[in-house]
Design a protein. Structure first.
Length: 249
C-alpha cells in the first residue's frame, strides 16, 4: 500500500523529469493536490502540454515506459476527453497516477483544479455540467430497459438499469443544488433529506418482485428530480413513466 509520503515524493520526481523533457511546453498539477485538498487516498494528477503535435505519440510512449520500468506500473488505461489523452496508471502499491497529454495550443485548465508549475497555458475553458435535458433523456431510457429486462427475466441487467436510473436522478439532484454532477463527485454534499429516500431504491435480492419494488421507488425519485429540473418536460413524461409501473412482469 502506498503512503502519502511516497505519493508526494513520486510527484516531485515526475515533475523533475517533466522539467527536463524538452518536448513539453507546460506542466500543471491537477486534481485535489492543485487546491491542497489531498487526503490519504488521493492519487497523482499531472497535465502536460506538448510543443509539437507530432511528438505526442512519442511522449506518451516514453512516459509509459518510464512508469513501468521506473515506478512499478502494472497496467494502464487511456481516457480520451476532446484533444486530451489521460493515461491512467495503476502502480503495484495501488497508487493511481494520471498523466494527461495535449498539444501546446490546447493546454489549459479544464477545471478549477489546475496549478501551473511551468510553461504557459491558454485561457481556462472549464468543462460544463451535463445539461439537465441530457440526464432526463438517459433517465427514461434506463427506465424503459428496466421494464423489458424484468419482463425477460434478465434480472442482473434490470439491476444494472435501476442503478443507472438512480445515478441519473442523483446527478439531477446535484445540478439542482449547484454541485458537481459527473462521476458522483458531488453526491456526498447533497442534503440528507435528498439522499435518504434513495436508500430504499437499492436492490436487495435478485428476484422479480424485489426488482419491481426497487424500480417503483427509483422511478418516483427520478420523476421528482425531473420535475425540479423542468416542470413542462416532467408533465409530458409522467403518464408514460407511470405506465411502466403498470406492466405485467
Amino acid at each position: 500500500m502506498f503512503t502519502p509520503e511516497y505519493r508526494e515524493e513520486l510527484r516531485s520526481r515526475l515533475l523533475a523529469r517533466a522539467a527536463s523533457d524538452a518536448r513539453l511546453s507546460g506542466t500543471a498539477i491537477t486534481g485535489s493536490a492543485a487546491n491542497a485538498r489531498s487526503d490519504r487516498w488521493s492519487d497523482i494528477d499531472l497535465a502536460f502540454g506538448v510543443r509539437e503535435s507530432r511528438d505526442l505519440a512519442d511522449a506518451l510512449a516514453d512516459w509509459t515506459s518510464h512508469m513501468y520500468a521506473g515506478h512499478g506500473a502494472v497496467h494502464h488505461v487511456d481516457v480520451q476527453a476532446g484533444a486530451w489523452t489521460y493515461r491512467v496508471f495503476l502502480l503495484s502499491n495501488t497508487l493511481q497516477v494520471d498523466l494527461a497529454f495535449v498539444a501546446e495550443d490546447e493546454f489549459r485548465a479544464l477545471s478549477p483544479e489546475f496549478q501551473l508549475v511551468s510553461g504557459t497555458a491558454r485561457e481556462p475553458q472549464h468543462m460544463p455540467q451535463p445539461p439537465a435535458s441530457y440526464l432526463i433523456g438517459f433517465g427514461w431510457l434506463y427506465a424503459l430497459h428496466v421494464r423489458s429486462s424484468i419482463a425477460r427475466t434478465k434480472h442482473w441487467q434490470a439491476e444494472f438499469m435501476i442503478s443507472g436510473m438512480r445515478d441519473t436522478a442523483l446527478a439531477l439532484a446535484c445540478l439542482r443544488h449547484g454541485l458537481p454532477a459527473v462521476h458522483g463527485r458531488g453526491l456526498h454534499q447533497l442534503p440528507a433529506e435528498v439522499t435518504k429516500p434513495f436508500g430504499d431504491s437499492l436492490v436487495r435480492t435478485m428476484d422479480a418482485a424485489e426488482l419491481s419494488r426497487a424500480f417503483g421507488v427509483t422511478l418516483e425519485l427520478l420523476a421528482r428530480e425531473i420535475g425540479h429540473a423542468d416542470a413542462a418536460v416532467a408533465a409530458r413524461l409522467e403518464p408514460a413513466l407511470r405506465m411502466l409501473l403498470q406492466s405485467d412482469f
